[in-house]
Design a binder for this molecule. Structure first.
Ligand SMILES: Nc1ncnc2c1ncn2[C@@H]1O[C@H](COP(=O)(O)OP(=O)(O)OP(=O)(O)O)[C@@H](O)[C@H]1O
Ligand SMILES: [Mg+2]
Length: 387
């Protein structure tokens, strides 16, 4: 080991000389001498000695114990106090500042030497313990980080599994919808057109014979064409209600409610549309319409309710939508698991709401109906004034 470098802090010149001589005899190196607390702190920072021998009583503002306090907290250098007194109060203060030794003057070479080696050894041990603690902290940090990543990975796995399930459901739903449309076109417009063609052929045959019969056939054909026109309107307005673009969302909701009532006469619809059409962003209108449409379909299919309440109202800076029925409700816990949720309705409502920047919530208790709630930021009113 290299010779320990020692800083002496002592304001009595004679004592400095004594200590220096003693250290020389032991083969230690004195790297500096300070005569005040301030100077000691400065030299400790500049020279970084291995050990400081500190006189307890120093002239000036700071005594040796206070000086040592600053040095230990700033530079963590071991300090051995040298003092002519050993009163209990001084010893206690010295202990508080983590002294590495306390020698009563006059002392022997062997005592000083042992104290210096012990101070260096203790300081070294303290450093190693600190390093070990840092390694333990680092290990703990790494352990937590690994756990966090594992958790994130497994969540990612879950999410991608759910996404796969969803996208396959989406494809299924798309296929089912195509089939439904194909059937509808085939059964309604297709069969109307076939009947029209048949009537026209009959009319062509009758043309030469009986004008009145032909006239009667033509009237029937006109009625059939009218029926086909209405059918095609119905199909296309189901696909994208043109009313939304032509008249706005609020009249479209009223129309949907009326149409619904015509079919489901036992289910009363209570409408509360307390919002201005202008407060609803254009892109939101179809989203709100679809959520209401699916909620009504579900209410008709499952709820056994006699009333459905539809509310579209402003609340603060937001638009709130509520569709609530007073039917049997359902156990939502059972619907949470993506594998068991066979339908796409609730899920697609939720996704439409989220993708359009809204919040979505479903509440239901078996026996007390179902509530679909969604909300979006309201459209900011157009600024009046010049630009
Ligand atoms: N208003 C309601 N009252 C009681 N149960 C409901 C209601 N709405 C939905 N449910 C329950 O939630 C389930 C999921 O509804 P969801 O709309 O997601 O699917 P679906 O209607 O079965 O199928 P899809 O909408 O894809 O045709 C339904 O099967 C039903 O059990
Ligand atoms: Mg549904």
């Amino acid at each position: 080991m290299a010779k320990p470098r020692i800083l002496i802090v002592e304001d009595e010149f004679i004592t400095v000389q004594d200590i220096q001589a003693s250290l020389d005899r032991m083969g230690h190196a004195v790297c500096g001498v300070a005569v005040s607390g301030e100077q000691a702190i400065q030299l400790a920072g500049e020279l970084r000695p291995d050990v400081i021998l500190m006189d307890v009583v120093l002239k000036g503002d700071m005594d040796g114990i206070e000086t040592a306090g600053h040095i230990v907290s700033r530079y963590d250098i071991p300090v051995i106090y040298l003092s002519a007194y050993a009163d209990a109060g001084t010893l206690e203060r010295a202990r508080i500042f983590e002294s590495h030794g306390y020698l009563l003057k006059p002392f022997r070479d062997r005592e000083l030497d042992a104290n210096i080696h012990m101070a260096i050894y203790k300081a070294e041990m303290k450093r190693k313990v600190k390093e070990a603690e840092e390694v333990i902290d680092l290990n703990e940090y790494l352990r937590k980080e690994i756990a966090r990543r594992e958790m994130a990975e497994s969540q990612l796995d879950d999410t991608s599994r759910q996404l796969r399930v969803l996208s396959s459901r989406l494809l299924d739903a798309q296929e089912r919808e195509r089939k439904r449309l194909a059937d509808e076109i085939h059964d309604s417009i297709g069969s109307s057109l076939a009947a029209i063609k048949f009537s026209l052929e009959e009319a062509v045959v009758n043309l030469k014979r009986d004008r009145d019969v032909v006239l009667e056939s033509m009237r029937k054909v006109i009625a059939m064409v009218q029926g086909a026109i209405e059918e095609s309107r119905r199909i296309s307005s189901n696909l994208r209600p043109s009313l939304i673009d032509d008249l706005g969302l609020l009249p479209t909701i009223r129309w949907l409610a009326e149409e619904f009532q015509k079919v489901y006469t036992d289910l009363a619809i209570q409408l509360r549309l307390g919002i201005e059409e202008t407060a609803i962003a254009e892109a939101l209108k179809i989203v709100i319409y679809r959520i209401i449409q699916e909620s009504l379909n579900n209410a008709a299919k499952y709820s056994e309710a006699d009333t459905v309440r539809i509310e579209l109202t402003p609340e603060g800076e937001r638009i709130h939508l509520l569709v609530a029925d007073n039917g049997v409700g359902c156990d939502l816990g059972k619907l949470d698991d993506a594998d068991r949720l066979s339908g796409m309705g609730l899920r697609s409502m939720q996704e439409r709401a989220h993708f359009s920047g809204g919040r979505f919530d479903i509440r239901s208790v078996p026996g007390s109906g179902m509530k679909i709630m969604a909300s979006w930021p309201a459209k900011k009113p157009a600024q009046n004034g010049s630009h």
